[in-house]
Design a protein around this ligand. Structure first.
Ligand SMILES: [Zn+2]
Length: 64
């Protein structure tokens, strides 16, 4: 079942939307801003979160 969450890119801290389980999802989606692959636990499609203009502070998602 598709789900979405929002968080920062671990590389450039850009605000991103992470869409899990949709067509085009990958285990190593590419950040649209810094073009670096992001390792995820489930197949995810990443796109810029345009509703959020303020960059994240040092917030970490529980990816590790
Ligand atoms: Zn990035």
């Amino acid at each position: 079942m598709p789900s979405a969450w929002f968080g920062p890119c671990p590389h450039c801290n850009a605000a991103l939307s992470f869409l899990e389980g949709i067509t085009g999802s990958r285990m190593n989606p590419i950040c649209p801003r810094c073009r670096v692959a992001i390792t995820v636990e489930r197949a995810t499609f990443v796109q810029a979160d345009r509703s959020r203009r303020t960059p994240y502070a040092k917030v970490r998602r529980a990816l590790d």
